[in-house]
Design a protein around this ligand. Structure first.
Ligand SMILES: [Fe+2]
Ligand SMILES: [Fe+2]
Length: 221
């Protein structure tokens, strides 16, 4: 890997592409939701957009996009502790001779993205977590017959429209979701996604923002 780490070089990196594709194939077999390129790109776009709206530097936006794009590549080995394996794989791809502060900022952001016991360790980590944990799009669910899904998947399947809006003046990050209440209730959403919602709130706080949640245009947070 050449020395200047960019989003495009990581996105087009052969190893990264193979790991995301392999993960996707393995998860399709067990009907598990998309953790491949679709999710990686969504998380990267949202992470970059949030830091851009909050007027972080272009380089910080890029580091957040890189971290978000590769945050789940460790699933190629196992879902168990994939945050740690993703960080390690990223370090291997970056290459020891290229280690610098940016590489470690990315690795530590990836490494903490599932650890809800501590606050995100940096603004890059916070942006990655918001990109990852707000990805409740129904497109990630592969089964078409939603009524036979367990509750977690049914809630995700009910999320029709997902939008992240950042208000720089009010320092708010808003997650706007439209839920199909014929598939699940708003209460089901909270039951399943409460810890993820709290994590989004803590990540927003690291960026000096409040986190707001709107479901079917009603404000819940
Ligand atoms: Fe993850
Ligand atoms: Fe993820």
């Amino acid at each position: 890997m050449n020395k200047m780490l960019t989003f495009e070089t990581i996105r087009n990196n052969y190893e990264v592409q193979v790991y995301l594709e392999f993960t996707d194939k393995a998860f399709i077999l067990v009907d598990y939701k998309d953790h491949g390129k679709g999710h990686a790109l969504y998380a990267a776009n949202i992470a970059g957009k949030i830091l851009k709206c909050l007027e972080y530097s272009k380089r910080e936006q890029e580091l957040a996009k890189i971290a978000a794009f590769v945050h789940d590549i460790g699933n190629v080995i196992s879902k168990y502790e994939h945050d740690q394996s993703s960080a390690k794989i990223f370090l291997d791809i970056a290459g020891e001779s290229n280690y610098n502060e940016e590489v470690f900022v990315i690795a530590s952001a990836i490494g903490c993205h599932e650890d809800k016991s501590i606050d995100p360790v940096s603004s890059i980590a916070a942006a990655l977590i918001l990109g990852d944990k707000t990805d409740v799009r129904r497109e990630r669910i592969r089964t078409k017959n939603f009524h036979y899904l367990d509750k977690h998947f049914r809630v995700a399947a009910a999320c029709q429209n997902v939008n992240i809006l950042v208000n720089r003046r009010k320092m708010n990050i808003g997650l706007h979701i439209e839920i199909d209440t014929t598939i699940c209730s708003v209460m089901d959403y909270f039951e399943i996604f409460m810890s993820r919602t709290n994590y989004c709130r803590r990540a927003s706080n690291i960026l000096n923002c409040n986190f707001e949640l709107y479901i079917n245009k009603d404000k819940f947070l």
